[in-house]
Design a protein around this ligand. Structure first.
Ligand SMILES: Nc1ncnc2c1ncn2[C@@H]1O[C@H](COP(=O)(O)OP(=O)(O)OP(=O)(O)O)[C@@H](O)[C@H]1O
Length: 607
């Protein structure tokens, strides 16, 4: 039997991958070798890879079951010759073809095009030179913004200078390293510079994030940081506080993949701040860059160590890749030397290095914080340090050994942790109060399927609620049901990842679901809520962009899906307390397993 069919039967290809190969077969009469390659490239894009690196193919084949190895090796041996044969199916990007081969990478056309567009647009923005900064006033304004600061070097100060000086800025830092504080100071600095050149100027600043939750958090953090800014009130007033989702910003339209704002109809904005940039996939970044007017500044904030976007690409990671340890250009080094006291260093200069800044010190987690220590051990990929942190015993870190092979012990844990939230519904509660109560605790899982996956745990917890009389057996909806949207609905303005809480509306005498949208609560009747699921248990992927007072991260199942980035992202969702539930071996195996996203973007950007 042909390799393509066998891969599908063994669940190594999805329906869509097989259909794609079959459709190509009908249109192009291509060889089985090339069609199998098309299906594998399609499958890899489903795993988040922007392309398939041909050098990685032997590793991929080695991960397939033994029974396929002989056929797969034969297929691999025929690939070189097949790549030269069907130029209508596989081209080099000069004409649109279903597959594109560039260097040793094979792409689906859509992702190749998006990657090329993103690289060109980012490099053009990084190269753009605006009017030089007025150095004397620049230094004085910085001193005022960083009054009392003692860090040396002060990476927040470096990030502010970077972002004010360049049309593209990327600020990456772990939890609590002051990303929002820095961006707020940067906005004040930018406004001071702009207004000192033209008193009447009223630059249009916008704040956005990939999910509703992240946008709401950005609004809250900017408002908090703004209140502490040591600048004049008129400057503060020009800093917006309201963040919106990228889909809303770009004008997502029902049943259309095109956004309202695009190259022909650009956004009206002078400076755009986008938070949680690690969640932005290649096509979304391409659409964002296309809709941004040429003169506008783009400031991307995020944590490069977090999980990459669910869809294909690893844009923030690639932007921060710093291949061959590139250093900023001479002009930028000089500016950073004068304004921040950074030493000028020899090295391979890259224009993109002028735009990237890293924040390194966490102001949220003090030295005695287990969450901070664990996050940094996991981040470094050090199994030894991770073990040491787990042994040491911190107040904010708790290891819970899984006691049963089924999930009942974990359901008891959930019952205890959600007891405060569930008790809120004994009396009338406002939507704001309900959302605040729900944000106190979240159970996070790496997996969707299996006994310790999100689906089974939500079901088991709802069974528990039924036993407690908090949910009727025959009704999916009940007061207190938290739901998460799983598919964008532009018409209703509800997007993937938005969380709603079900409450009884005494006026309408019915259950309604309340979502926070742009700083306001909006309610929907239960029948109108687009595709959703219960969210007492949530995947770590979906939790990106959100933070909770306390979390429990479930680490029970196969280490294959657990990666270093997944564990890091999970534990850093906790602001005050982090519980780890499961088996230590799973945790340690995950720490030892970094995720590799295949992409050509880092090479295009850093050369
Ligand atoms: N230079 C600093 N000195 C003292 N405290 C600071 C400094 N920078 C930030 N903080 C404080 O640290 C906390 C976290 O800051 P901020 O919210 O800006 O970080 P963040 O990186 O945006 O966090 P998150 O991980 O939530 O996105 C805030 O309470 C802030 O006031």
């Amino acid at each position: 039997m042909q390799l393509l069919q066998r891969l599908y039967e063994l669940d190594l290809l999805r329906d869509i991958d097989l259909q794609f190969a079959r459709w190509l077969g009908q249109r192009f009469e291509a060889s089985h070798t090339l069609l199998t390659l098309a299906a594998v490239v399609s499958q890899q894009s489903g795993e988040g890879h922007a392309c398939l690196h041909l050098q990685q193919l032997p590793n991929l084949i080695a991960s397939w079951p033994d029974e396929l190895h002989s056929d797969a090796k034969q297929w691999y041996a025929q690939l070189d010759a097949a790549l030269d044969t069907h130029q209508l199916l596989l081209g080099y990007g000069t004409e649109p073809t279903p597959l594109v081969l560039e260097r040793n990478r094979v792409y689906l056309y859509r992702l190749w095009h998006a990657e090329k567009q993103v690289a060109e647009a980012l490099l053009a923005r990084a190269q753009a030179r605006d009017a030089a900064c007025d150095l004397p006033s620049f230094g004085a304004a910085l001193d005022q913004l960083f009054i009392g600061a003692t860090e040396q070097p002060d990476w927040q100060r470096v990030a502010v200078v970077t972002a004010v000086a360049r049309r593209l800025a990327v600020i990456s830092g772990g939890p609590g390293t002051g990303k929002t504080t820095t961006v707020t100071r940067m906005l004040a600095m930018y406004l001071q510079q702009t207004l000192s050149a033209d008193r009447q100027a009223r630059p249009h600043i916008l704040l956005a994030a990939p999910t509703g939750k992240a946008a709401a958090r950005l609004s809250e953090s900017i408002a908090g940081a703004k209140a502490q800014l040591p600048v004049a009130e008129p400057i503060k007033q020009l800093i917006p506080e309201q963040g919106i989702t990228l889909h809303r910003l770009l004008g997502a339209r029902p049943r259309s993949v095109r956004y309202r704002y695009n190259r022909d109809n650009p956004l009206q904005v002078d400076l755009l701040v986008v938070d949680e940039a690690s969640m932005i996939d290649l096509p979304l970044m391409a659409a964002l860059l296309e809709a941004l007017p040429e003169h506008a500044r783009l400031v991307l904030i995020g944590d490069k160590q977090q999980l990459a976007s669910v869809e294909a690409g690893s844009v923030l990671g690639d932007l921060c890749a710093m291949q061959s340890a590139a250093v900023p250009t001479e002009a930028m080094q000089e500016l950073l030397c004068v304004t921040c006291g950074l030493p000028v260093t020899e090295g391979d200069t890259r224009v993109l290095a002028d735009s990237v800044a890293f924040l390194r010190k966490s102001y949220r987690f003090a030295g005695d914080s287990g969450i901070g220590e664990l996050a940094s051990a996991v981040n470094r990929g050090s199994v030894k340090q991770t073990q040491a942190v787990l042994r040491r015993g911190f107040d904010d870190l708790n290891w819970i050994e899984a006691l049963t092979a089924d999930n009942q012990h974990l359901v008891q844990h959930m019952a205890q942790k959600y007891s405060h939230y569930l008790s809120c519904f004994k009396q009338a509660i406002s939507p704001d109060e309900a959302h605040a109560a729900f944000a106190k605790f979240q159970l996070l899982c790496g997996l969707r399927k299996g006994v310790f996956g999100v689906d089974a745990l939500n079901e088991a917890f709802e069974n528990y609620l039924e036993r407690r009389g908090l949910k009727a057996a025959d009704n999916r909806w009940y007061e207190g049901r938290p739901v998460i949207i799983t598919r964008n609905d532009a018409a209703l303005q509800l997007y993937n990842g938005d969380i709603g809480i079900t409450l009884f509306d005494t006026e309408q005498q019915q259950l309604r679901v309340y979502f926070e949208q742009g700083g306001e609560m909006r309610s929907y009747s239960t029948s109108r809520v687009p595709q959703h699921e219960t969210v007492f248990a949530m995947t770590v992927h979906k939790s990106q962009g959100s933070e909770f007072k306390e979390i429990t991260l479930v680490l029970t199942d196969s280490a294959r899906v657990m990666s270093r980035e997944l564990v890091y992202t999970g534990i850093t969702r906790a602001k005050q307390h982090c519980n780890l539930y499961g088996k230590k071996a799973v945790m340690l195996a995950a720490v030892d397993q970094p995720t590799v996203r295949m992409s050509g973007l880092a090479e295009r950007l850093w050369g």
